[in-house]
Design a protein around this ligand. Structure first.
Ligand SMILES: Cc1cc2nc3c(=O)[nH]c(=O)nc-3n(C[C@H](O)[C@H](O)[C@H](O)COP(=O)(O)OP(=O)(O)OC[C@H]3O[C@@H](n4cnc5c(N)ncnc54)[C@H](O)[C@@H]3O)c2cc1C
Ligand SMILES: NC(=O)c1ccc[n+]([C@@H]2O[C@H](COP(=O)([O-])OP(=O)(O)OC[C@H]3O[C@@H](n4cnc5c(N)ncnc54)[C@H](O)[C@@H]3O)[C@@H](O)[C@H]2O)c1
Length: 485
């Protein structure tokens, strides 16, 4: 069967690439061997967001006790997991219909490259089909362009190998955990440790996070201030954090896991959840047969156009180097699909892609941090505001959080920033748009805001700086302030 484009994997990378190509007029095949929607829909973003919404509501409602609300709210973990399953199933059941409407042909089966323009699909043992619907059939697809979007899986920790029961991964958490453990140790204080750790704490588990690095969320794009405020809140609400530490040994007992930490301390937990990162899914894809080069750590190597070492084959999302987020996979997908159909023109640029963590505080960042801006040669400065004094925070009785706006002191160009606080993951789009405009700091000055709103603090943050630039008479940016000397 001939197509213009074959996409392997139906996660956010795969489905967005298929849709983008279909919108550009291409005849597209999409192949999926597991559950439609990939990691993000079935064991990542969507189920996590469903559960964390409940966890945050528990906190918000209980924080307002005695301020017009009475009756404490408690989580029901089993019911929450059932609700999460229904939400995910609802989206997944609609998946094929949605893609079919766009003219995309979906094949449920395992794909393997059999040439630079050929994909063999074994239609068998498909999780989306019932036992009677299963077919064991090889379908041969051809297309001049192929997109690999096969995603990633949890990394194993050899000291604590997962058994799907006492020692689990985030995948086991999403698929098999149906009751709330009394206590949980999270190995890894990254995105999963901080998000699922907060979630389980809110439902009533006793949570400890052990992180080998010197801070939580130890990634370049999240500034120290954001990690620190989250850690302080964890301590305040009773989540234990062990930094610069790991697990030295781990023994599974009848009803618990006995753990010795690297500093010699010992403790027992009902469950251990290992979240020390993820690794690309490449086994059985036939990459060696067609000569696709890998990086030293096993990701599919790509050019800035997201093309692999074999012309016409692209790789996107978690399976290639770069941020392992749905946000990045969606960004990649638009670029790779457009390049595949229209010729290589677009480059990936992860500074444009926000990172958002939904934990005890919502943390969102985009662009360059101050350190990254300095390293890149900018004369950077950081404009700051805290939410504590704002009308919205007082109205909502929700005072924690801040805004940092990184900008170039020479030109006022916005370079990036971080927002910590309510709806940070929504507010960050304002900062992202501002960074992409040539209005610099004036972007926030020119806006009219609703009041009270969280976003008006963006103007509060940059106010002292625009005043300073006005005095220099520099008219670097167009806009209502720059136009009127
Ligand atoms: C607990 C958790 C929470 C997360 N929360 C967020 C979040 O809130 N926001 C965010 O941006 N990111 C989040 N992520 C990360 C996000 O889920 C991933 O970055 C994203 O799913 C990657 O998309 P992808 O398309 O590259 O791969 P995936 O979503 O992993 O999809 C790959 C698909 O390819 C299929 N496949 C693999 N091999 C083959 C083959 N040979 N033939 C056919 N099909 C194949 C797989 O079955 C899978 O369905 C989270 C991850 C986890 C684990
Ligand atoms: N909101 C989101 O965007 C979101 C949410 C969840 C997951 N994800 C993505 O999924 C991927 C996997 O998440 P993750 O939390 O597993 O990885 P991560 O890379 O975010 O964090 C892993 C953490 O584990 C620590 N670690 C590694 N080995 C350790 C050890 N032996 N002992 C103690 N700590 C150790 C690392 O220092 C790191 O801080 C990430 O790349 C992340 O981007 C994204």
């Amino acid at each position: 069967m001939n197509f213009d484009l074959i996409v392997i994997g139906s996660g956010p990378g795969g489905y967005k690439a298929a849709i983008t190509a279909a919108h550009l007029g291409a005849k597209v095949a999409l192949v999926e061997k597991g559950l439609a929607g990939g990691t993000c829909l079935n064991q990542g973003c969507i189920p996590k967001s469903t559960l964390l919404h409940l966890a945050t509501l528990i906190e918000d409602i209980n924080d307002l006790q005695g301020r017009g609300l009475v009756g404490e709210v408690k989580g029901d973990f089993s019911a929450a997991m059932a609700h999460k399953n229904a939400v995910v199933k609802g989206i997944r059941d609609n998946f094929s219909v949605w893609l079919k409407r766009l003219g995309i042909q979906v094949f449920y089966g395992t794909a393997k490259l059999s040439g630079a323009q050929n994909v063999d699909v074994l239609l068998a043992e498909n999780a989306n089909l019932s036992a009677d619907e299963q077919v064991d059939e090889l379908v041969k697809l051809t297309a001049p362009r192929i997109v690999l979007a096969t995603g990633s899986k949890p990394k194993e920790f050899d000291i604590c190998p997962t058994d799907g029961s006492r020692i689990i991964s985030s995948k086991d958490f999403m698929f098999t955990l149906d009751h709330l453990p009394v206590s949980v140790l999270f190995v890894g204080g990254g995105a999963i440790g901080t998000e699922l750790g907060f979630l389980m704490h809110q439902f009533g588990s006793k949570v400890c996070i052990v992180e080998q690095g010197e801070r939580l969320l130890n990634q370049a794009r999240i500034p120290d201030r954001a990690s620190n405020i989250l850690e302080r809140k964890f301590k305040r609400i009773g989540i234990e954090v062990r930094k610069n530490a790991s697990v030295a040994s781990c023994e599974v007992m009848d009803d618990s896991v006995s753990v010795t930490f690297t500093n010699g301390d010992t403790a027992s937990y009902e469950r251990v959840l290992v979240a020390i990162g993820r690794e690309p899914v490449i086994t059985g894809l036939g990459l060696e047969d067609v000569g696709i080069a890998l990086t030293d750590d096993g990701f599919i190597q790509t050019s800035d156009y997201l093309e692999t070492s074999v012309p016409g084959i692209y790789a996107i999302g978690d399976v290639k180097p770069g941020p392992m987020t749905a946000n990045a996979a969606l960004h990649d997908a638009k670029i790779a699909a457009a390049n595949a159909i229209k010729g290589n023109r677009l480059h990936s640029n992860y500074f444009k892609v926000p990172v958002v963590i939904n934990s005890a505080l919502e943390i969102a960042a985009v662009g360059l941090t101050e350190d990254q801006a300095d390293e890149a040669g900018f004369e950077s400065d950081v404009a700051r505001a805290s939410f504590g004094g704002s009308g919205k925070s007082r109205a909502h009785h929700d005072f924690e959080g801040f805004i940092e706006v990184v900008h170039d002191t020479e030109t006022g160009q916005l370079l990036g920033g971080c927002i910590v606080g309510p709806e940070a993951g929504e507010q960050i789009h304002m900062l992202e748009a501002a960074c992409q405009s040539n209005r610099g700091l004036w972007f926030f000055k020119d806006m009219s805001y609703s009041h009270p709103s969280w976003c008006e603090e963006l103007e509060t943050a940059i106010d002292p700086y625009t005043a300073a630039y006005s005095k220099t008479d520099k008219m670097i940016f167009p806009g209502i302030y720059a136009d009127k000397p």
